[in-house]
Ligand binder design. Structure first.
Ligand SMILES: [Zn+2]
Length: 355
């Protein structure tokens, strides 16, 4: 039996000197990391172990250590990028119908501070989502969904606690949760971010999601999402996820592809490109398909000729119709996140982004 309880183990023996060149020691005898039976200094002096044996013992351990360090750095970085993307979206001002720094938009039960509190409450779980992806080895990706949802439910509880029971971020918890998981899974296999691989992981996790969760006719009490699906056949965030975030990649990201430093104007244009093409179920829930079509048309116009006036027209429309494109806001946050991940770990070359 090897003794595992000794905390000081020698792997590499180095003599340390102080500023005057006088050698000093920790005074602790270190156990040989290989045999874990005798002091390392004895094994070394007696050449107790074969060099080849030592090499094949230590190299995998060193590789493992480096992998762990790399994983920890990536988990930290991705968590930070997710938080930054969400905060950027919340802070983008002004925004049509949505809560921003200066207005509550079409909302009476939440403000900027509610979103700051909510974001602070859910952020501690970002790392766990990435780690979940890192440690997921099952070839059947659909089995990952309950694991991601389990973390998501804990995030929702934290959100409700921080907002006094207001749903501020259920949508982004779902979409960012999937994105962080997919990044973790991807980076467990490669150190470069590739869009199609990322999308395929999300598609795999969310395979048949709309069919499985929104087409259940027998349920008497339906969620907002189920209601909208039955009325209009639109799958909202679930359909977006099942498509591998089609709106993000087809309409959001191309608007940010050439942007060196993210700024409000480019983020607004990106948002308009998303809203002009997204059948936002948050809008439908508060209105009807006619209003949604008019909203999309107005966004399209504002994007084609972007200026204060055209952007204000979209804001005014949301105010008068009392609508809020919350689903599109989530997609903007995810777009900003993906852009940051590509900037950090991938390339914005022609292979990845087709404007
Ligand atoms: Zn030894």
């Amino acid at each position: 039996m090897r003794r595992e309880s000794v905390s000081h183990r020698g792997f590499i023996d180095a003599d340390l000197n102080d500023e005057e060149g006088v050698s000093f020691s920790s005074g602790k005898s270190k156990l040989c990391f290989f045999c874990l039976e005798r002091p390392a200094i004895e094994c070394r002096r007696e050449n107790a172990h074969e060099p080849d044996e030592l090499r094949s013992f230590m190299f995998p351990k060193m590789a493992d250590y480096c992998r762990q360090q790399q994983e920890a750095a990536i988990v930290k970085r991705l968590s930070s990028l997710a938080q930054q993307a969400i905060l950027f979206e919340i802070s983008l001002s002004p925004k049509p119908g949505l809560v921003d720094k200066f207005s509550n938009g079409s909302h009476s039960d939440m403000n900027y501070q509610t979103f700051i509190n909510s974001t602070a409450a859910i952020s501690p779980w970002f790392a766990e989502l990435v780690q979940q992806g890192y440690s997921y080895y099952d070839s059947d990706l659909t089995k990952a969904l309950p694991l991601i949802r389990n973390i998501g439910l804990r995030m929702e509880s934290a959100m409700y606690e921080a907002t006094q029971n207001i749903n501020t971020q259920k949508g982004i918890i779902f979409l960012m949760g999937l994105s962080l998981f997919a990044c973790g899974k991807l980076f467990s296999q490669t150190d470069q971010f590739a869009i199609e691989d990322f999308r395929n992981i999300i598609r795999g996790v969310c395979k048949d999601l709309v069919k499985n969760e929104l087409t259940n006719e027998s349920k008497s009490v339906k969620s907002h999402g189920e209601d909208i699906f039955h009325q209009y056949g639109l799958g909202g965030a679930r359909a977006e996820a099942e498509s591998g975030l089609a709106t993000v990649f087809d309409f959001g990201l191309p608007l940010l592809a050439g942007v060196a430093e993210l700024n409000d104007e480019d983020a607004m244009k990106c948002f308009l490109s998303v809203t002009a093409n997204n059948n936002d179920t948050n809008i439908l829930y508060r209105s009807n398909p006619g209003v949604l079509e008019n909203f999309k048309e107005l966004c399209k116009k504002a994007l084609a000729d972007f200026n204060d006036q055209s952007y204000s027209a979209v804001i005014d429309f949301c105010q008068s119709e009392k609508i809020s494109p919350g689903g599109s806001a989530d997609l903007l946050a995810v777009t900003i996140f993906v852009r940051s991940v590509i900037k950090t770990y991938g390339k914005f070359g022609s292979e990845d982004i087709k404007p």
